[in-house]
Ligand binder design. Structure first.
Ligand SMILES: *[C@@H]1O[C@H](CO)[C@@H](O)[C@H](O)[C@H]1NC(C)=O
Length: 187
């Protein structure tokens, strides 16, 4: 993918998120982003990723700033949406431009394109429809479907193929998004 496309993706996302952020639980719990990210069941790498996501989303990280918890969960879901998009485009670019891909790799990448289309649909539903309208029923199912599709793709790939690290990172992002929703009690 071209650099300008990547930049466009990164620019558009926070705008969409700002519009999507909402208060689901009037009078409900508000917390600092750093507190949300330091929940004790998150591993240290997950905590670091969580903080990266908050900063990406333009969240004020100062201790005095609190937001409704669903906002953080929504942000993590959007982060996954954007990351899945980037990986899917990378897979497509490899398929169309990389003549060194083996037949087996091509086959795997084509499978991954399908897995990612599915994963993208589910996580987008979470970020764009369910969380903004405070619909939490079946949320767990949607997260799981998204995560399962990423894992399906990962299982197709050998660890030394170019797409592998991106898919591995996407798995972490999907797990974190799900975990955050659980910890905050949205699920
Ligand atoms: C093209 O595919 C080969 C085989 O997997 C890989 O080693 C190489 O890094 C890829 N090239 C690019 C530019 O990604």
């Amino acid at each position: 993918m071209t650099m300008s496309k990547i930049i466009l993706l990164l620019l558009v996302a926070p705008l969409r998120m700002a519009a999507a952020r909402s208060d689901c639980l009037p009078g409900g719990q508000h917390m600092e982003a750093s507190f949300a990210c330091s929940m004790m069941w998150l591993s240290k790498p997950q905590q670091d990723l969580c903080i990266r996501i908050m900063i990406w989303g333009g969240i004020d990280m100062s201790v005095s700033h609190k937001e409704e918890e669903t906002g953080y969960v929504t942000l993590a879901a959007w982060f996954a949406v954007e990351s899945f998009d980037v990986t899917r485009i990378a897979a497509r670019n490899q398929l169309s431009h990389n003549t060194s891909l083996s037949g087996q790799e091509r086959h795997a990448y084509e499978g991954c394109m399908k897995d990612y289309a599915l994963a993208g649909r589910h996580i987008t539903r979470v970020a764009n429809e369910m969380l903004p309208s405070c619909r939490f029923t079946d949320l767990s199912y949607e997260y799981n479907r998204a995560l399962n599709s990423i894992v399906t793709c990962m299982n197709r790939l050998s660890v030394n193929t170019p797409l592998y690290p991106m898919v591995l990172a996407d798995q972490d992002k999907a797990v974190l998004a799900y975990h955050l929703a659980t910890l905050i009690g949205v699920l």
